[in-house]
Ligand binder design. Structure first.
Ligand code: DQA
Length: 145
């Protein structure tokens, strides 16, 4: 059975660690990638992390996941709140989908309170910092067991 998990990240998350650290913290996306790979090895999951500043780039990875991944962990960043196209792509993926937000979006501006992706996600984590990614990976292992 395919044990590969795609960890997809949307716009500006390439700047993680440098961008608004008071909101998103000091860890970088490379740190997230390393932590997820290490935990994945413990859980018997192979992780593949991608980031794109372009909606189409994220959608292409979701399409690829249809035959390359058993599950998707996604932080769509600002596209969370705008993208019907990402929701449609996730609806064409059969495995578990977990949505992660580093910050607590519900404590922020009202435009961040609505998520298109939540209409598809099997679970949502928000406000746990970058630890949300590894928590989501643990949940993914349970869902795939
Ligand atoms: C985010 C929250 C979004 O509202 C924001 O646009 C981001 C990051 C988060 O991880 O907290 O870029 O998804």
């Amino acid at each position: 059975m395919n044990r590969r998990i795609y960890i997809l990240n949307g716009p500006n998350l390439n700047l993680l660690g440098k961008r608004q650290p008071e909101i998103y913290g000091h860890d970088t996306l490379a740190d997230v990638e390393r932590d997820c790979a290490a935990l994945g090895a413990e859980l018997g999951l192979e992780t593949a992390l991608f980031q794109s500043n372009h909606e189409g780039g994220i959608i292409d990875r979701i399409h690829e996941a249809r035959d390359q991944a058993a599950g998707i962990i996604i932080n769509p960043a600002a596209y969370t709140h705008t993208s019907v196209a990402i929701l449609d792509a996730l609806n064409a993926f059969d495995g578990p989908v977990l949505e992660v937000h580093i910050s607590n979006v519900h404590k922020r501006e009202s435009f961040r309170h609505h998520s298109y992706v939540s209409l598809r996600a099997d679970g949502v984590i928000a406000g746990f910092g970058v630890q949300g990614y590894t928590l989501a990976l643990r949940r993914m292992a349970t869902l795939l067991a």
